[in-house]
Each structure stands twice: as C-alpha cells, then as structure tokens.
Design a protein around this ligand. Sequence first.
Ligand code: SF4
Length: 348
Amino acid sequence: MNSISKPLLQWFDQFGRHSLPWQATYSSPRGGQSKPANIYHIWLSEIMLQQTQVSTVIDYFNNFIQYFPTLKSLAKAEEDAVLAQWAGLGYYARARNLHKTAQIITEKHQGRFPKEFEQVLDLPGIGRSTAGAILALSFNQNHAILDGNVKRVLARVHQVKGHYSQAETLNKLWQLAEFHTPNNRTNHYTQAIMDLGATLCKRSKPECERCPIQQGCQAYQNNTQGKYPNPKPKKNKPTRSIAMLVYRNTLGEIYLEKRPEKGIWGSLWSFKECTDDRQTIEQVVKKFSPDTRIERYLAPIKHSFTHYHLNIRPVLVTCSTNVKKFYSIANLKVGVPAPVKNIIAQLD
Ligand code: SF4
C-alpha cells in the first residue's frame, strides 16, 4: 500500500488553501516566508471548525480575535462576553470549553499552550483528532488527524466498510490515517487532506477528475464513490406497550389527568395509563371507582418518539362517578398529546 502523502503534498503546494486567517502565521510551503505558528489562532480555528464550515468560520474567527487577541485576554474575560462573540455559531459548549481551557492554561501551564499530546488531550473540548491537528499545524509534530473530511476521504480511498459510529470502522480509519501521515511536512499534509475533503472529495459529487490521488483511490477505480462512506446504520428502536384507560361518565365526559412536567408530553393532559396486560388493567379500573365497567377495547395506536415506539391500547371504561376531572369532549380546552386526540376521535 502506498501512502497518498506525496501526490497530496504536491497538489497542496499548488492548489491547497494557504491564506486562511489562522494560517497567516504559519510557514508557507516550500521555501515561502516562514513565520512562527500562533497556536492560539490554530486552537481557536480548530474548535470553531469542529462543527462548522470554513466559509462560516472566517468572519467569526476574525471578530473573536479582535475581542480576545490573546489567550490571556480570553482567560480574563467573563463567560457571557465570550458567549456573546460566539453567538450564531452554535454548539455553545465549544465556547464554554474554550474559555475554561484558556483559564486552565493560565493557571496550570503558566499561560503557555502545552506541547505534549497527552496534556493537550486533557483540555476540555479537545479530542484525539483536534489535539493532533493543533500540534501538527502549530509545531509540525507527527500526529494523525481524523476529522469529518478525512474520514470521508479515507473511507473512499480504501472502500472502508461500515460507519464511523462503529468502533471497528473508526479503528480501521485511525490506522489508515496514521499510515498515510508522513513524518516530514506533517503540518502541510494535515492541511492538505482537510482541503482535499473540503474542496474535491466532497460529500456529494466528488470531483475525482481533478483529484491528485485518484490512482490510489479504490472508490474511484471501482466507481463506488457514492457508496462510501457507508451510511449510518438505522438503529432498531425498542417498543414499549401501555394501556390508556378512557373513563367515560354517564354524561359522555372523559377523565383526564395532568402529566408531570418532566418526561414525555410534559404538562399535557392525558388518560390514566398502566401496563398493557388484562389483569393489571382490570385491577386499575376497579381501583378507580367501584362502579366501573370495561366496555370495550378501542383500535390500538402506534406512536413513535426519537428513542422508542409506543404501542397504546385504549380501553373504554364506563363509570357513573362525577369528579372534577371529567371533561366534556366538545369543549376540551386543555392541551392533549396527539394519540389522546386520536383516541377521543374514536369515541362515539
Ligand atoms: S478520487 Fe474521488 S473519491 Fe477518490 S479521493 Fe479523490 S475525490 Fe475522493
């Protein structure tokens, strides 16, 4: 297996991105004017880029360093002031972690960003790929990275099966990332593979005809670019089953109770619930009042939440009890969940 680093670095020298604002201070490729890296800028950009595209990050980055030109100024700032400059970029935990990290570095590392991989990894909001990128881009240290762009490129180059949410696939991708990362010019290779993923090996319609590594790319050779990376497997959601007891009095009104604030359908009004088995249903019904009678079972309803499916078996129960919580169906003024509305619609 040949490393993709050589053709990628050649391409990077000509077509890579060399004038991103956070790059202004790191050495330009092949003999260009070399200036020391500003790790504060690189760290900040890497955090901003974790969930956001370069085109959006540029303005936020420029604005942020105007307000907080140094790590020290960031550490001293109020959290609200940091969040205000982050507003609109989303994923605000990133800003809180950035602020926390600046304070940790000030207190524990004498204000200097650590150069040891393990120490960087220990900082809030910095995972293996971000730590590798910061150290590779700032100090040319030999660490692999595996951000979203790199995962996509490597999954296609090697037709890696599975999704990166699966440990086996992720391990395989890390092994490949380490294999391809060269000892020399790690900083430029790191930028090059991110640039390739962002500009040519895009999620849809990759521009393979212009790609410098097409010779070694299995997906290109087999015309399978659309299959890789494999999509995330759909999880089978668990199913829960409950019975909803629809108490109806002689006036045709129904009994509803307010749900707790937390949990599904928080603070809405719903029917009494119990486990969906005949014995439990009969016991609960008897407890409600002595004059209850199970009239019939209504058509079951299936409702889906993000994490599970809910099978609801509505049971119509007649009773003559007239307590305050019976509601007239015609004048129902309380909020009810969709399945409850559905059950009410089944009542004659
Ligand atoms: S040849 Fe196409 S699929 Fe392969 S790495 Fe290049 S752009 Fe991506």
